[in-house]
Design a protein around this ligand. Structure first.
Ligand code: HAM
Length: 477
């Protein structure tokens, strides 16, 4: 990979070791390129109509629909290039799958699950995330017998009953990659690289925050120390963190509350409790990242909100956007215990998910900035050729010609229901067509078709048999 133009220099091994031991606060880039406020789109879908969409859920259409599809296409092409194969799991699963894996005491399980009783009385829920279902599928489909590692990518909707705000919805989409069956730091680095390069291909400069939370044993030892420390500072903690002290003290480290931040700054750090193998593994992940020139920020307070993680954890944030304005674009980590926890054999694994709606917000933010700076280039796919027909016979032939053009890779817009040529030419102007193909009664009989340059109005009669070559020549493709 060629070096990034303004890639941050990553620290040397020694500096990294030092930072691992000393850093108490994430080093966040000072470069702030945008303070654009993104409006709460959720409000827009609450117009006073009889069937408003549910809170935190929205329709996707028009320009956003095109952006959504572009994110899908880029994700697909990167995932495929790195050898991931596409999988899908059901949207509805047993509630216990998530309670078991994500863990009681997490916000997702305690507050945000869309759980309901199925007709047979069993507890089911809309999936809040996709990793536990992938681990379940690995077990159910006997994937341990396949050549390891098994690399899978997926795309789909997730549901979390959270308080909606900009970038936080109750139904959202994730692009995910998971690698199961291999315990090697290069797997972690590859996954980070796939996510990072997907964002980069979309034009988003992201920074990677990374930490290691070690094995469950490392964490148990660390928690004794952490809880001792936090209890000694209990009176300074926010109400939410006081509650977390009982249920999930590790998550206090993630708190954005200013009161909590002051306490967290001096808290013991998990990296000091890592066992030798975990420390070595983490150092090795960082070395691989150095090698592929992916800039990262060692973030000792990063613990992530799901219980299944072991060792490496990471998140992607948009470069230059103030922390108060952003949620993460995505996140992931290693989850070596999850498959065994769900009843399979012990299987090392790691993965990530990018939040599609967060990516769309970042793209919109970039577009707004570019418009302000006058550097915006409209890359929206323009329909460059319009097909107009006149008369019943021409309409019949039109479908055949449109299909021939499609097979040649040329997409033509058209409205076969319209019969007036004037109305069709107006439509051609509206969609920004550079050429219109006109097929009338006479042309059907002659085996010809008219090409019209929409700017100059110049028309030419061409042989229908050569239509693909002619149109390609006109469009310069
Ligand atoms: P997560 O951090 O919970 O991880 O979610 C990943 C990403 O999904 C977030 O960084 C964010 O971009 C997006 N996201 C989460 N909640 C919402 C929401 N309410 N509205 C809009 N976007 C949201 C996971 O889900 C893990 N399964 C990731 C993973 C894959 N770990 C290993 N493999």
């Amino acid at each position: 990979m060629p070096p990034k133009k303004n890639a941050k220099k990553t620290p040397s091994l020694k500096t990294k070791q030092k930072a691992l031991l000393k850093t108490s606060r994430p080093v966040v880039s000072k470069k702030v390129v945008s303070t654009t406020k993104i409006k709460d789109e959720d409000k827009e879908s609450h117009k006073n109509t009889p069937y408003a969409t549910l809170r935190g859920m929205k329709d996707v259409f028009g320009k956003e629909g095109r952006m959504f599809q572009r994110v899908y296409r880029v994700s697909e092409s990167v995932a495929r290039a790195y050898g991931f194969s596409y999988v899908e799991t059901p949207i509805v699963e047993q509630t216990s799958l998530f309670v078991r894996s994500i863990g009681k005491g997490t916000d997702v399980v305690d507050k945000e699950m869309y759980t309901f009783d199925d007709k047979d009385g069993s507890k089911v829920c809309l999936r809040p995330e996709g990793t536990a279902p992938i681990a379940r599928m690995y077990i159910n489909q006997g994937m341990h017998t396949m050549p390891q590692p098994v690399k899978m990518w997926s795309w789909g909707s997730m549901f979390r009953h959270d308080r909606p705000q900009a970038g936080r919805y109750r139904m959202f989409h994730q692009f995910s990659c998971e690698t199961l069956g291999e315990h090697s730091p290069v797997v972690d680095a590859e996954l980070i690289s796939v996510a990072y390069n997907t964002l980069r291909d979309l034009g988003i400069e992201a920074s990677v925050r990374i930490n290691s939370i070690g094995t469950p044993e490392d964490r148990e030892n660390y928690l004794v120390e952490l809880v001792g420390y936090l209890k000694s500072k209990r009176s300074y903690l926010s109400e939410e963190s006081k509650k977390r002290l009982q249920k999930n003290p590790l998550r206090i480290l993630d708190s954005k509350d200013e009161q909590d931040r002051a306490v967290i700054e001096d808290a013991p750090q998990i990296v000091d409790w890592l066992s030798e193998p975990s420390k070595k593994f983490f150092m090795s992940v960082l070395e691989y990242l150095d090698e592929v020139e992916i800039p990262y920020v060692l973030t000792p307070t990063l613990v992530r909100g799901l219980d299944y993680y072991t060792d490496t954890v990471f998140e992607f944030v948009e470069e230059g956007v103030p922390e108060t304005q952003q949620g993460s674009l995505g996140g992931g980590g290693r989850y070596n215990g999850l498959v065994a926890q769900l009843g399979g054999q012990s299987t090392p694994a790691a993965g990530f998910s990018l939040g599609v709606e967060r990516i769309l917000l970042a793209l919109k933010r970039k577009e707004e900035e570019a418009r302000k700076n006058g550097t915006f280039v409209d890359t929206a796919e323009k329909q460059q050729v319009f097909f107009a027909q006149l008369g019943e016979q021409a309409r019949k032939r039109a479908l055949l010609l449109i299909e021939r053009l499609r097979r040649a890779g040329i997409v033509v817009s058209h409205n076969l229901a319209k019969s007036s040529i004037k109305a069709q030419l107006e439509l051609a102007h509206k969609v920004g067509a550079t050429y219109t193909l006109i097929l009338g009664q006479k042309e059907v009989q002659d085996g010809t078709i008219i090409t019209r340059n929409m700017e100059s109005g110049i028309q030419e009669i061409v042989d229908q048999k050569k239509i693909e070559t002619v149109v390609k020549k006109l469009l310069g493709i």
